[in-house]
Write a protein that binds this ligand. Sequence first.
Ligand SMILES: [Zn+2]
Length: 90
Amino acid sequence: MIAIAAKKERNLIVSLGLREMGVLRCDTCGEEFVIGHSPEIADRKAAEKQAHWLEKVLADDHERQKKHDERIELPNSAERGDRGQETRSA
Ligand SMILES: [Zn+2]
C-alpha cells in the first residue's frame, strides 16, 4: 500500500494508479502537492491528517532552505510521522 504526496505538475499520482485524495498548496512558494493513496487504503481522514503533516514538512523545508522533494512518502495510519508532535487517538 502506498500513500504519497507528489508535485502536481508531474501527474505521478495518476501514473502510479493512485487515487487522488486532495491537493495541498505550500503557503510559502505556492507549489501544489497531490496526495495519493492506493485504492485499497484510500481514506479521507488519513489524507486530512497527512495534509497537516505535509504542511509542516513543507514549512520545514523552507526554514532549512531546502527544495521540496518531488515525491514525499506520507506516514500511514499505522506509524507516526517523526516530524509531527500530534498524539493519535484511536
Ligand atoms: Zn514551498
